[in-house]
Design a protein around this ligand. Structure first.
Ligand SMILES: [Fe+2]
Length: 276
């Protein structure tokens, strides 16, 4: 489905939920691995037990491909920031996740970005505004750059190639909402719109890729309950609000019921745990 739900869409897509969580603050990304749980967390009353995490059934189509265009260059530098000293332009971060068809995030995905500079020009001799990176263990990426300038015949866009380990390359482009030229650029595809918000003179964009990678849900771990007195934080344990654990030698109190997962360690999940 389109990840940019119009008002009236029956249910939010996973990506819509992700974006809402991203917009909610820095604490959210650590929670995103359990997106279905997160979606339900938003509606559950504090302290109530949650249903077991449902099977992911988002219905998302893979991110559509787009033409490479004439300006791709291989062998870009590995870097998450394309900013260089004195770079003019409105600062932009693009954050998101890469998923497979099974709604599971994919670590180690190669993302190679290239874009025009503030004046709409590509660097075809060097590597300005070109760089590649890999998604982290949570399938997340973040690109720091500038809002690309416009050039004749096109609306504003960022080029990207995405490749899961051992899989084909997806070549596509990302677009900005509320651009007048979106209406006249024949290549523009609303499925490739980022969400973009202002952030103190800069822009913060979000986009999640779905690669055509088959994933099986895998065996779900059997949840366990914490031992009396809490014990050491352990992935797979079902914690209730008020449960106490230790992690890294510190004590934490559970703020809302959840099943612990790698990446949700108490120091990484302030929405779930507070020190105390
Ligand atoms: Fe381009």
């Amino acid at each position: 489905m389109d990840d940019h739900d119009e008002p009236g869409t029956a249910r939010p897509s996973r990506k819509t939920v992700l974006r809402a969580a991203l917009a909610a603050g820095a604490a959210a990304p650590a929670l995103l691995l359990g997106v279905p749980a997160l979606a339900r967390t938003r509606t559950a009353s504090p302290g109530t037990s949650l249903e077991p995490t449902p099977t992911c059934d988002d219905g998302d189509d893979p991110t559509p491909p787009q033409m490479e265009g004439p300006y791709f260059k291989p062998n870009s530098p590995r870097r998450t920031s394309l900013l260089e000293a004195g770079t003019p332009g409105v600062r932009l971060t693009v954050s998101g996740y890469v998923f497979g068809r099974g709604c599971q995030p994919i670590p180690g995905v190669l993302l190679d970005f290239w874009q025009a500079d503030n004046n709409g020009a590509y660097d075809n001799t060097g590597f300005r505004f070109r760089g590649h990176q890999f998604t982290d263990a949570r399938g997340a990426f973040q690109l720091t750059t500038i809002v690309p300038g416009l050039y004749p015949g096109r609306t504003r866009h960022i080029h990207v190639k995405a490749q899961a380990p051992g899989r084909p390359v997806l070549t596509t482009q990302l677009y900005f909402p509320n651009e007048p030229r979106n209406a006249t650029d024949a290549l523009f595809d609303p499925r490739l719109l980022m969400t973009v918000r202002d952030a103190g003179g800069a822009r913060e964009a979000a986009f999640d890729f779905v690669l055509d990678v088959t994933q099986s849900p895998g065996p779900s771990p059997t949840p366990t309950t914490p031992p009396p007195g809490g014990g050491t934080w352990t992935a797979g344990t079902v914690y209730r609000a008020g449960d106490r654990v230790t992690y890294g030698g510190r004590g934490y109190v559970c703020l809302q019921a959840h099943t612990a997962q790698p990446g949700w360690e108490p120091p990484n999940a302030p929405a779930l745990w507070r020190a105390g």
